[in-house]
Ligand binder design. Structure first.
Ligand SMILES: *[C@@H]1O[C@H](CO)[C@@H](O)[C@H](O)[C@H]1NC(C)=O
Ligand SMILES: *[C@@H]1O[C@H](CO)[C@@H](O)[C@H](O)[C@H]1NC(C)=O
Ligand SMILES: *[C@@H]1O[C@H](CO)[C@@H](O)[C@H](O)[C@H]1NC(C)=O
Length: 251
């Protein structure tokens, strides 16, 4: 109850910030406080083993820009969160996605995060790098990730993600690297991935997927990075004789 009220209060502050963040208005501090408070809400919902993180993420500081793992732009807005390998044990259910519209880089890899990846992650619409690899995330990959059209790197590998690969990933036109290996993804690889014209690296191995890599994508990956393609084979069915290509001897 108290928590809900706190959240409502915060969203109100945030809306006011958005509404009033016109040039030359001295509201930067108020907005920073809301980003800091948003972090603290999430922090209070997870277990943390890292001492620097515990020490620097504190209620007494009004701006999170000096906090461990946080980087900001010149305007003092949070643009990067790198808490890879920080001993975080918990979920993203209370992660304040809507508080970080300027976030470009989110790296939470190598922690003990579990539960589903909330669909609200699509609120980080300026995100370019998203690395949630090597955690214990489960459930489906939210189709709303397809709204993060600036993404260049998406690494969800080494989790326990299940269900099929959402067709919406085909909307990620800027995507360069897509790593989904070592999960429990099944079904066919959606043909929409043919639209990923900038993709150079695709890792799908160690998933119970069926079918084959969409033909256009297969051709482009083959032209761009043959060795990677060999690494990317996720089952004999995909690049078996007649289907895909075999690596030359010695690769
Ligand atoms: C995330 O952090 C880990 C550990 O520092 C690093 O190896 C990895 O490259 C980072 N991911 C991205 C997308 O930069
Ligand atoms: C994560 O925290 C929970 C307590 O909520 C604990 O039971 C569990 O063992 C922790 N997991 C790891 C891997 O430390
Ligand atoms: C996740 O994959 C990206 C894209 O290849 C890579 O840059 C990053 O280092 C990977 N993360 C880790 C923790 O290895």
């Amino acid at each position: 109850m108290e928590f809900q009220l706190y959240k409502i209060a915060l969203s109100t502050v945030y809306l006011i910030c958005l509404f009033l963040s016109l040039p030359n208005l001295p509201l930067k501090v108020a907005c920073d406080v809301s980003e800091a408070q948003a972090f603290l809400i999430w922090k209070s919902s997870i277990h943390i083993k890292t001492k620097p993180l515990l020490a620097s993420w504190s209620k007494t500081k009004t701006s999170p820009c000096s906090w461990f793992g946080v980087s900001c732009n010149d305007a003092g807005r949070v643009t990067g969160i790198n808490l890879a390998g920080s001993g975080l044990n918990g979920t993203l259910q209370n992660f304040p996605f809507s508080s970080f519209p300027n976030l470009v880089h989110l790296n939470l890899s190598m922690n003990e995060l579990f539960g589903s990846i909330p669909p609200q992650i699509s609120q980080l619409y300026n995100l370019i790098y998203l690395d949630l690899s090597t955690n214990r995330f489960s459930g489906e990959i939210p189709s709303s990730i397809g709204l993060l059209t600036h993404l260049e790197i998406l690494n969800l590998s080494e989790n326990q993600l299940s269900d099929s690969i959402p067709e919406e990933l085909g909307q990620l036109r800027s995507l360069d690297k897509l790593f989904l290996h070592n999960n429990n993804l099944h079904g066919v690889v959606p043909s929409s991935l043919d639209n990923l014209s900038k993709l150079t690296h695709l890792h799908l191995y160690n998933n119970p997927l069926s079918g084959s890599i969409p033909p256009e994508l297969d051709r482009r990956l083959y032209e761009r990075s043959y060795h990677e393609l060999w690494n990317n084979q996720y089952s004999d069915k995909v690049h078996g004789p007649g289907g895909g290509r075999q690596p030359p001897a010695g690769v």
